[in-house]
Design a protein around this ligand. Sequence first.
Ligand SMILES: [Zn+2]
Length: 187
Amino acid sequence: MTRRKVLQSLLTAGIWAGFKGRAFAAQTASMKDVEALQRNWKALLAEGAKVPSPSEPLKLSKDEWRRRLDPMQFNVLREEGTERPGTSPLNNEKRPGVFVCAGCNLPVFTSEMKYESGTGWPSFFTTIPGAFETSTDYKLIWPRTEYHCIRCGGHHGHVFDDGPPPTGKRWCNNGVALKFIPKSGKA
Ligand SMILES: [Zn+2]
């Protein structure tokens, strides 16, 4: 190997190692950021807002749910329906705040977990810890991961693996299954 080639390969290796190091550091930092978003979600809760905790289950009969929810909410939350894409006003909700389950008010996402997926449904790359349970559904030909509120069992949406880094997750949520509590100002 000529001196020039040695120099060249050292240089390339050096740049590559540096690049990998930076990429790795960036990713570690953003996973830490995501964990911080999860840990500190209450910072986005409006002052004085009363919300339940996941450990207080809410069990109601089908008739009680029908009285409590409007027909669209009932269809999505209690019958695993799907709203038409692009119909939820929450698609464009960009204020700081907390998204709660429309069935039982359990906090499930914050505004900092939301991103624009272009699908027409409110989309999130992570959730408030412990808010949801998942199951597999076979309503379409391929299996999908359905998720529902841990407190009231209400269906919210499906989670996919095509979300943005670092989580790679897309929590695709029906807007009618959510209510938004802005950090300040009126809902
Ligand atoms: Zn709920």
